[in-house]
Design a protein around this ligand. Structure first.
Ligand SMILES: [Zn+2]
Length: 177
């Protein structure tokens, strides 16, 4: 029996698609090959991280370069039409990402962002994921007091990796979360 309306099904399908994308699958594959176990889109964590490693108190987000504005990346171009619309949209995305990362760190989680374009370079991807998780591994076995000191820039990602959008319409970002 199927109680799902066509509209809802289409919505569900779109969710599934965006969540199990090629880049995300490539990251999962690498983490798995390195011998790590993880959960997917954990609803109990801010931002439902793509991969969460509870034992290591670490998460990985796999971000599309366009939507999440990968800095200095050719994929993060600005569309020619309706620049205002896109600028607002992008700004909201980047702000949400920043908020989510800050909240996770506040709760003592280490955060790594893997960009879509990085997933297309197997060696780069592997070394980034490996570096992040092995550092988490050594941190996890150290004293718990180390949490604060290793919270920031856990995998070489800083705010500087994000394209900030010009703050022309500050009001707009407050309308909706
Ligand atoms: Zn990129």
């Amino acid at each position: 029996m199927d109680h799902v309306t066509p509209a809802r099904r289409s919505w569900l399908m779109s969710r599934v698609k965006s969540r199990n994308t090629g880049p995300e699958l490539r990251v999962r594959k690498v983490a798995h090959a390195l011998g790590y176990r993880f959960t997917l889109h954990s609803p109990s964590l801010p931002g439902k991280p793509d991969l969460a490693f509870p034992r290591l108190r670490s998460v990985i987000f796999v971000h599309g370069c366009f939507w999440h504005r990968h800095r200095s990346c050719s994929k993060a171009s600005m569309p020619n039409s309706r620049p205002e619309f896109w600028a607002t949209k992008f700004e909201k995305n980047v702000e949400r990402d920043n908020r989510v990362r800050a909240e996770l760190r506040r709760r003592g989680w280490r955060v790594c962002v893997v960009w879509e374009c990085e997933t297309k370079k197997p060696a780069v991807l592997r070394s980034k994921v490996h570096r992040f998780l092995s550092r988490a591994e050594s941190g996890a076995t150290a004293s718990s007091g180390a949490i604060a000191s290793r919270s920031k820039s856990a995998c070489g990602n800083t705010k500087a990796n994000y394209k900030r959008q010009p703050r022309r319409k500050k009001i707009v970002s407050k309308i909706k979360r």
